[in-house]
Design a protein around this ligand. Structure first.
Ligand code: HEM
Length: 546
């Protein structure tokens, strides 16, 4: 999980940074020339340039920091541990200077740090140098990917990956920069400022259309190579993670379409002397931009997780077996018998009792999730039911958190066979303990939430943030240990990808609903409905014994 989240951060930072020189050299300068404005002579152009430079530095530094931190995580993961098990600097230096992945990561971090530095150096070629360094960081990123690990057709796969990430940088990188310049754009009340905004949008939309087509083409090519067939989309953790990416992509494409079909023509046709009309159109542009970028950043984050999940490949090894697929699609009542974990703890490979125990904990966690979703659904309504729902859910979370912390890994708090320190150094145990911690945090926030009024309940922005982060870690949650065979590990990973999908879409809908970027009425029912859907899947469908 740590590796995939750091990789996603590195991608988001890289794409934001590369968006800077693209915006300035690819859009602002040509727009200034089209209006006969000397670059840097216009207040709006200067403000946009200054803001872009600031965000290039932030993006490049974020990506460099995530890349360097990931070196620590990768070395720990090579030992099957987390960074909390202690760090051996000599080992990190050896990995960074001798292993190909280490050297390429070091080179990428170097290019990103140079990119940040180049942006701070005044001069006519600043943006070209920054752009070139950004391109080299994209190539270096593609050299550490599934594409680079391909036994055959490696160079073609890498070329597709470079095209794909470049496409993401042109489309999303520029949009992220424009969204970060939202204040500057909405303050563009002067004639030239508004004219430049309209000119930039006029020039960018057709480019975005071409780039999205390139993204789809390169994405489908890569997907075909790594999935080995359409069936793997639904029967592998990799395929399901890709489906989540595509679901989020539809939101970004919808916003892009509205910008292209509605906002752009209005921007080009508007009477620039009418300040109110200008303000209204720019505000609408800002909102659609926020939707497009929010969905786009989630797409990039899920892409970073996708790049860390093992693809099923041509031999379909990491796909559900037919028997598993049938069992998966056959709901049944939750297990009521709880096996005493002392009877199976430490057995290798895992015993049937151990698997039944794990089914029991997932089923009853599912019941808690259903009850939570029902409370939030009730709270979306009005009257006594809403009041009852709003009061009850924080109390549900305390026993739920205790259940997750104690029952998910009984060897820690229940059987006391291993210490907390050991638990923190084990990737899987750490994620379960973190999961319990997040639920406890929700309970505390929920208790404080009683005083909050209106549609922001429950918990305002905190809830979707925790749901999205928790679900991203579920998507990147890999259950591959020495005592779990591949088929079982794959079944568990696929089901955790389903958990992550439900939670991520629910959190996204809740966030967009709060931002007024999703139909409020629909959002009020949809996100609690998805939480209930997650609970029902966990309660009636989760299987380990097939
Ligand atoms: C139909 C559309 C798309 C498909 C089918 C698709 C599919 C893929 C696939 C299969 C990969 C390779 C992951 C791996 O290394 O295993 C990938 C990587 C990636 N995709 Fe997409 N993609 C699509 C659209 C997009 C869009 C619109 C964006 C950004 C806005 C995007 C951003 C990325 C990024 C950043 C990576 C690189 C991940 C990495 O290797 O680190 N993709 N995509």
């Amino acid at each position: 999980m740590e590796h995939s989240l750091l990789h996603a951060l590195a991608l988001a930072g890289l794409i934001t940074a590369v968006g800077g020189p693209l915006l300035i050299l690819g859009l602002l300068r040509p727009a200034e020339r089209a209006w006969g404005i000397e670059s840097e002579q216009d207040e709006f152009g200067r403000a946009l340039g200054k803001g872009a430079a600031r965000w290039v530095v932030c993006g490049a530094l974020l990506a460099a920091a995530a890349t360097l931190l990931d070196l620590f995580v990768q070395v720990a993961e090579l030992r099957g541990k987390t960074v909390f098990s202690g760090v051996d600097i000599a080992e990190i230096v050896r990995f960074a200077t001798r292993a190909t992945v280490g050297r390429l990561s070091l080179a990428r971090a170097g290019a990103l740090l140079l990119m940040a530095a180049a942006t701070l150096v005044p001069g006519r070629h600043k943006w070209s140098v920054t752009g070139l360094l950004g391109c080299s960081a994209i190539v270096l990123t593609s050299l550490v990917s599934h594409a680079a690990a391909q036994p055959v057709g490696r160079y073609a796969a890498i070329a597709v990956q470079v095209a794909h990430i470049s496409g993401a940088a042109i489309w999303m990188g520029v949009l992220i920069q424009l969204l970060l310049a939202r204040g500057t754009i909405q303050r563009a009340s002067s004639g030239t400022g508004v004219a430049l905004v309209a000119e930039i949008v006029r020039r960018f939309s057709p480019v975005a259309l071409i780039v999205v087509s390139l993204l789809v083409l390169s994405g489908v090519l890569a997907a075909w190579r790594y999935l080995g067939g359409v069936g793997a989309l639904f029967t592998s953790a990799y395929g399901l993670t890709l489906l989540v990416k595509l679901a989020l992509l539809t939101l970004a494409l919808f916003a892009g379409l509205v910008n292209y079909r509605i906002i752009r023509p209005r921007l080009l046709a508007m009477d620039r002397s009418n300040a109110d009309a200008v303000k209204l159109v720019l505000r609408r542009f800002g909102r659609m931009l926020e939707l497009e970028v929010t969905a786009g950043l989630l797409v990039i984050t899920v892409a970073g997780i996708l790049a860390s999940v093992s693809p099923p490949g041509q031999n379909g090894s990491l796909r559900l077996t037919e028997r598993q697929t049938d069992a998966f699609l056959e709901p049944r009542l939750p297990a009521v018998r709880m096996v005493n974990p002392a009877t199976f703890y430490g057995a290798a490979p895992r015993t049937v009792d151990d698997l039944h125990y794990s089914e029991f904990t997932h089923h009853w966690s599912g019941v808690m999730v259903c009850l939570l979703g029902l409370c939030w659904l009730a709270q979306a309504g009005s009257g006594r039911a809403a009041e009852w729902g709003g009061r009850s859910w924080p109390f549900l979370l305390v026993p739920f958190a205790a259940f997750v912390v104690v029952a998910s890994d009984p060897e820690v708090w229940w059987l006391r066979r291993i210490s907390i320190g050991h638990a923190l150094s084990d990737p899987q145990l750490l994620e379960h303990q973190l999961g319990g911690g997040m639920i406890l945090l929700l309970a505390w926030l929920g208790w404080r939430d009683r005083r909050r009024a209106g549609p922001e309940r429950p918990l305002g922005y905190a809830l979707p943030i925790i749901m999205v982060l928790g679900s991203l870690s579920l998507l990147g949650h890999a259950h591959s240990t020495l005592i779990t065979d591949d088929a079982l590990a794959n079944l568990i990973n696929v089901q955790h990808a389903v958990f992550g999908a439900f939670g991520l879409i629910a959190g996204t809908v809740r966030w967009l609903g709060l931002r007024g970027l999703f139909p409020r009425q629909a959002a009020r029912w949809l996100w609690p409905g998805l939480v209930i859907g997650l609970g029902l899947f966990m309660t009636f469908c989760y299987r380990e014994v097939v």
